[in-house]
Design a protein around this ligand. Sequence first.
Ligand code: AMP
Ligand code: MG
Length: 358
Amino acid sequence: MKENKIRLKFKGSKHHRLLAFLLIIPMAFALSACGSSTSEKDSKESTIELYNMDTHMTVTAYGENADKALEKVREEVNRIDKLLSTGLEESEVYKINSGAADALSEDTYKLLDKSLQLYKDTDGAFNIAVYPIMEAWGFTTKNYKVPDDETIARLLTLATPDDILFNRDEHKIAFAKEGMKIDFGGIAKGYTSARIMEIFKECGVKSGKVNLGGNVQTLGTKTDGSKWRIAIQSPDKGDEYAGVLEVADKAIITSGGYERFFEENGVTYHHIIDPKTGKPAKSGLQSVTIVSDDGTLADGLSTSLFIMGKDKSVEFWKKHKDEFQFVLLTDDNKLVASEGLKGSLTSDRYEVEFVSAK
Ligand code: AMP
Ligand code: MG
């Protein structure tokens, strides 16, 4: 029987048989070459370290296109940093703040649009116009000082995003009041991590991760198909994490008062400003972690929920629960998380309470 089959397959002239043989051999080799090495190629890891946006960044990509993708990432992160840096005279944000901006770049247009939307959605918590107040506290130069109440009151009159005149048709921006300034520091890292994921996809990378100073975004799963394990940093920056999240294809972005702060007369002042008071937000939280498909949104919301505090954050999440999940570390050392993270969030250090949407 076997012989018959073989004979049937190679039925034909001697010449045909030889041709079939010659075709089959390289095909068999080609299959084994792809088959055996594809998984090796897919799991080949490449990493680059960058220092941009005042932040140490680690970018990792897997697969045969990883190196090419990482070179593009390096260029893109540099480009975004130069565009958004508040202190760099050539930057677009510097030009906006000194009234010398031309038509906005696509990046700044998108960030402005998103920031003004967040200002509305978060009832004013997310406010890119607090920059003059950041300057008064010395967070922009590291010459820290506590401004007097009169200065804060005066600068609060400039922290009014409704006075940002955004001409969407002509891609132009102007301020209605002299002295207004903006800063995308509360959203820029998430925007950057989201751009990195886009570059990965454009280059055919299916698995990768970026860590921008504790803010993480992941593409796909790990190469073995399992989820990424992402640690939430502890406020004391110790070795023991506040918690661990198991995720795929998500941004995990944290805001905490411990990230940048100074002390004066035994009081700690941090860098997240409550636009209602002009002072560092005191809302009963040590940190906020947002988990979302959208890196830019996650970053904007981590800053916003930190200012809102627990009760407002929970109410806000109930209205937007399809867009993100959250983990709050409260001043009394508890983790409060949205129910969508059940099965994903664990902590060896803190008790975890899950909040339901009802
Ligand atoms: P993040 O670490 O994402 O919470 O961002 C903190 C940074 O956002 C600060 O260093 C400021 O540049 C900026 N920022 C501070 N307060 C606010 C606020 N209320 N709304 C928007 N951005 C803010
Ligand atoms: Mg943020």
